[in-house]
Write a protein of this length. Structure first.
Length: 94
């Protein structure tokens, strides 16, 4: 059973993907990265981590969005997206 925090995270990601006009496939790929168990986060950095996962998924799915645009959708800076992107890319083997 999905707990409340997972539901909130799903909603946050889904809303941002809709705002960014991304496909369901991109949403699912971002969720797969987050739920892979390879990426850890806490309350203080979760928006940056999630934004970076969406950024990576969007680019892999050829739905190119800038780090600034993705960051704005999540309320974080493009620098935050870039820093988490670099770390996550290493973890997921990108």
């Amino acid at each position: 059973m999905e707990d409340k925090s997972d539901k909130i995270m799903n909603d946050i990601i889904w809303d941002a993907c809709k705002k960014l006009d991304l496909t369901v496939d991109t949403y699912q790929k971002a969720m797969n990265y987050l739920m892979s168990g390879k990426i850890t986060w806490n309350k203080s950095n979760e928006k940056g981590i999630v934004a970076a996962c969406v950024y990576i998924a969007a680019n892999l799915m050829r739905e190119i969005r800038s780090q600034r645009i993705v960051g704005n959708a999540f309320g974080v800076s493009e620098v935050t997206v870039r820093n988490h992107y670099k770390r996550i890319e290493k973890l997921i083997g990108g």
